[in-house]
Write a protein of this length. Structure first.
Length: 489
């Protein structure tokens, strides 16, 4: 956790401007070695007991990163439209460029780009990639770098260096790639090169690999996406494969670029059909949609999110079913979805396995703290190794506002209690920041430190929520302080 002396309150006033691009030809990167420490909070404008409005969300980060990789491994040009706007996507674009991809970006307000040429597989020169805190980017690019002749060094910020990389290292080595661990075992930094890995040929034999599944499915997705270039791969999946539904999402994106993929409970099979450049439209991000929908659940009213589809490949699309079970109503139209909770309709707790949409555990936990009965969240023990310890750190922050929380090996037991004011730590985790701030809709005096961490996935979060839902932002700078990464305790 980063040391900080700032505090945050609970009422949304005067939003900050979004970060500007580092240069005209690079995607916006929001992090810096120093940043102004702030406290921020949000509440409905005085006189409003319920919410009403429409929130515009970014494109799906998960779909964006998968589409970028597939486009970079395709023959021919690809146009990607509606990409996510956060730092993770910026790091993926920068990483693919470092590997030789030629990417043209538009800066007319549209989140679009053209992949003119993919990565240079035969390039023998050394290159380096810095993924900051982007776990998906680092894991996917380890696999992509395994296709290159030259040595690629992949590193990240201290927080990313703590996250496990063992599964993708083992899978890359099983394909024949050389992976050198330059720091702590099974962590970044890594040096990757093709080694004995053989690209697809007429006499190529399809490889059969076995995945370990207790930490993340991203390692399997990474292997799936490079599989067409090595003649196809079969990956045997363990019964305890976490976030299994993300493998189906990966397959959907791969098929859009021409790949042959089949995903079953026991196996993933990828054929040797090559990727072909295409035009790909990224759906709106269901993870981002969870926050305005949570606001509707907590306060009541009608909140619409534009750009999400009922039939999305994103597992998080099922979150609206969770909200329905808690007492909310959901309806879809041609361009989005509306979540509402009528005045007098109680907000109830749930007992649910969140293993297939684990990124939304913080969102659900905050709603649960505002409900009228307890909630049990199960099946998510692996989220302790996310950007933060999303069980322990989340529980600590909920207790700070008065909620009764029990940590379980695989989740949380949340009992609503009267809330009180507190300044909450984000633990440098964008999802904790976006979720915990919503407590200010129920209780004055709740605020979050370091609100700018939302840049990882949704740089415009504060402005979008304030303008779309009529919320007030309070933003109070408390002076500049260097970022200090400390070991997680």
């Amino acid at each position: 956790m980063r040391a900080s002396s700032c505090s945050a309150v609970a009422s949304w006033h005067a939003a900050l401007s979004p970060p500007s691009p580092e240069s005209p030809d690079t995607w916006p990167l929001a992090r810096s070695s120093q940043r102004e420490q702030r406290r921020r909070a949000a509440q409905p404008r005085s006189g409003h007991s319920s919410l009403s409005g429409t929130v515009a969300i970014p494109g799906s980060k998960s779909l964006s990163n998968r589409a970028l990789v597939c486009a970079a491994l395709s023959t021919g040009e690809s146009t990607l439209r509606g990409l996510a706007s956060g730092d993770d996507t910026a790091r993926m674009v920068a990483g693919l460029r470092a590997l030789g991809a030629v990417i043209e970006q538009h800066h007319d307000g549209a989140a679009d780009l053209v992949m003119r040429r993919g990565i240079a597989l035969a390039d023998a020169s050394a290159c380096s990639v810095h993924a900051a805190l982007a776990g998906t980017t680092s894991r996917f690019l380890v696999a992509v770098a395994a296709l290159r002749v030259g040595r690629t060094t992949i590193d990240g910020d201290v927080g990313l260096r703590r996250r496990p990389m063992g599964d993708v290292i083992r899978l890359a080595r099983a394909l024949g790639a050389e992976v050198e661990e330059l720091g702590a075992p099974e962590c970044l930094p890594l040096a990757v090169s093709r080694g004995r890995l053989q690209l697809a040929s007429a006499d190529a034999t399809q490889l059969v690999l076995t995945a370990q599944g207790g930490v993340s499915s991203q390692f399997v997705s990474a292997t799936m996406m490079i599989a067409p270039l090595v003649g196809g791969v079969v990956v045997d999946l363990p019964p305890d494969m976490v976030s299994r539904d993300y493998l189906h999402m990966t397959a959907v994106v791969m098929r859009a670029f021409g790949a042959e993929v089949d995903v079953s409970d026991a196996q993933v099979r990828v054929g040797s059909a090559p990727y072909v450049g295409t035009t790909y439209d990224v759906d709106g991000d269901w993870s981002s949609a969870s926050y305005p929908f949570a606001a509707a659940a907590i306060v009541g009213g009608d909140v619409r999110v534009a750009g999400v589809r009922r039939e999305s490949a994103q597992p998080e699309a099922r979150f609206v079913q969770v909200l329905q079970s808690m007492g909310c109503a959901v309806r879809f139209d041609a361009d989005g979805a509306v979540v509402s909770r009528a005045s007098g309709q109680p907000l109830g707790g749930v007992d649910i396995d969140m293993g297939q949409m684990s990124d939304l555990v913080p969102t659900l936990a905050v709603i649960a703290a505002c409900a009228e009965s307890p909630t049990i969240i199960r099946g998510v023990g692996f989220i302790r190794a996310k950007e933060s310890d999303r069980i322990g750190d989340l529980a600590k922050q909920l207790r700070a506002v008065g909620t009764e929380v029990q940590e379980k090996p695989d989740g949380l037991h949340i009992v609503p209690r009267p809330l009180h004011a507190a300044v909450l730590d984000t633990h440098d985790d964008h999802r904790l920041a976006m979720s915990l701030a919503l407590l200010g809709l129920r209780c004055d005096g709740v605020a979050v430190r370091d609100p700018e961490v939302v840049a990882k996935s949704w740089p415009n979060y504060w402005q979008a929520m304030a303008s779309g839902l009529g919320l007030e932002l309070r933003d109070e700078p408390t002076g500049a302080e260097p970022i200090r990464d400390e070991p997680r305790r």
